[in-house]
Design a protein around this ligand. Structure first.
Ligand SMILES: [Zn+2]
Length: 362
C-alpha cells in the first residue's frame, strides 16, 4: 500500500494539544516518525470519555504531560513500522491499542509491583496520549504488549472502547461475586453500562443487577442490556427504592461508577453485611470517605478499589468487542469531526451523550 507519511518527513497534522486547565488547542504539529520498535498509526476513530473531561478540567493527570497531545481511546490503521518492530506488524493492518504498558521483562528493570503480579500498579507504567489527532505514535512497549489487530470485517468503531472496557474486565475478574448476590451499579454512564453487560454475560440470568442513576434515558439502556432493575435515585431514596425492587435495602456488591465523593458515600451506605464496595470511579486525591469501622469489622464490609487494566484484560476486551459481545451501537450516541473536540468535551460534561466518536480529517 502507499503511505502518505514518509520516514523523515516534516509533514504536519492538526492535533489537539492540552496546555492547561480548560485550555485545549488544535495545533499544527509534526507527524511523528516511528523510532525503533515503534509504530505510527492513522487514527480512524477516537472516542472521548469522562476521564478526558477530567483531564481537560484539571489540566493535569498522571496519564499526561502538559503541554502535550491529548486523547487516549482510538482505533486505526498502521501506516509505518519502525525498525526492529515485531514482524507481525505491517502497514495497512487495522489495530486498536490500550493507552499504557507496564514493565516488560526484557526492556529494562521490572518494578516491584510488576514482580508481585500487580501490573496495573506498575511504577514505570508508560502512558500514551495523542488519540485526538490524525496520526498517533505507539511506543515500543505498547506495540509489544497492548496493540491488537482488528479482525477483518469488524469496523474500527466496534472496538474503539477496548481501553475503557478493559478496566471493567479487570474489575469483574477481581471482584468475587456469588450467584446469589445482588449487585448495585451506581452510575449508568458508559462504564456503568459496560459493568451491566459484562456481569450479565459472565454470571447468567439469575444474578440480580440493579442500575442506579439520575437519568431515566440511561436507566432504560441499562435495562435493555441486562439490568434486572433501573432505579432513578435522584430523590436520595436509594435504600427505599432498593427495598421495593429487590426486597432488601442493600446489596452484596456495590460498584461506584460515578467518580465522586458523594457517590462513594451513597455506595458505601448501600453495602450489606459481608458485602463489598467497589471503588471504580476515579476521584481526585485528598477527598475523605468516613467509614464506620465497627460495622466494617463485625459485618466484614470490604472496600475494593480497581484502577486501570492489565495486558490480559486489554486482550480480553478487544476480543469481546470484536466478537460483538458488547452493544456498542447503544453506547455511541454522537459522532463529530475532531475539529469539534471542544463541543464534544462540553457534551460529556452535560451528560447529553453516552459516548461521542471523534473522526479526524486526514
Ligand atoms: Zn512495572
Amino acid at each position: 500500500m502507499t503511505s502518505s507519511v514518509g520516514s523523515g518527513s516534516h509533514r504536519l497534522m492538526r492535533a489537539a494539544v492540552l496546555h492547561g486547565p480548560e485550555d485545549v488547542r488544535m495545533e499544527d504539529v509534526p507527524i511523528p516518525v516511528p523510532g525503533p520498535g515503534e509504530v505510527l498509526a492513522r487514527v480512524d476513530v477516537a472516542s472521548i470519555d469522562f476521564t478526558d473531561r477530567k483531564v481537560y478540567l484539571r489540566g493535569q493527570h498522571p496519564m499526561i504531560k502538559i503541554p502535550g497531545l491529548f486523547g487516549h481511546e482510538w482505533a486505526g490503521t498502521i501506516v509505518e513500522v519502525g525498525s526492529g518492530a515485531e514482524t507481525r506488524w505491517r502497514p495497512g493492518q487495522r489495530v486498536v491499542a490500550a493507552n499504557s504498558a507496564p514493565c516488560l521483562p526484557d526492556e529494562g528493570p521490572v518494578c516491584r509491583q510488576c514482580r508481585r503480579g500487580r501490573p496495573s500498579m506498575c511504577e514505570n507504567i508508560q502512558y500514551n496520549n495523542g488519540a485526538f489527532a490524525p496520526y498517533i505514535l505507539v511506543p515500543s512497549r505498547l506495540v509489544r504488549i497492548n496493540l491488537h489487530e482488528i479482525p477483518a470485517g469488524v469496523p474500527a468503531e466496534q472496538v474503539v472502547f477496548t481501553e475503557p472496557l478493559a478496566c471493567v474486565v479487570q474489575a469483574v475478574r477481581r471482584v468475587p461475586i456469588h450467584p446469589l448476590d445482588a449487585v448495585v451499579i451506581l452510575g449508568a454512564g458508559p462504564m456503568g453500562l459496560f459493568w451491566v453487560n459484562t456481569l450479565r454475560r459472565r454470571h447468567g440470568p439469575d444474578l440480580v443487577i440493579v442500575s442506579l442513576d439520575y437519568q431515566d434515558d440511561r436507566l432504560a439502556v441499562a435495562k435493555i442490556i441486562g439490568a434486572s432493575h433501573g432505579l432513578n435515585s435522584s430523590g436520595g431514596n436509594a435504600q427505599a427504592l432498593l427495598r421495593a425492587a429487590i426486597g432488601r435495602p442493600d446489596a452484596d456488591v456495590v460498584v461506584e461508577s460515578v467518580g465522586s465523593l458523594a457517590a462513594h458515600r451513597e455506595a458505601l451506605g448501600l453495602v450489606g453485611r459481608g458485602g463489598t464496595l467497589v471503588s471504580f470511579g476515579g476521584v481526585a486525591a485528598g477527598q475523605i470517605l468516613p467509614v464506620d469501622i465497627g460495622r466494617m469489622h463485625y459485618e466484614e464490609i470490604g472496600i475494593q478499589p480497581i484502577y486501570h487494566h492489565t495486558p490480559p484484560d486489554v486482550a480480553e476486551a478487544a476480543r469481546q468487542l470484536a466478537a460483538g459481545e458488547v452493544p456498542v451501537e447503544r453506547l455511541i450516541t454522537a459522532r463529530l469531526p475532531l475539529s469539534e473536540l471542544r463541543k464534544a468535551l462540553q457534551m460529556v460534561g452535560e451528560r447529553t451523550t453516552l459516548r461521542t466518536i471523534l473522526i479526524p480529517e486526514h
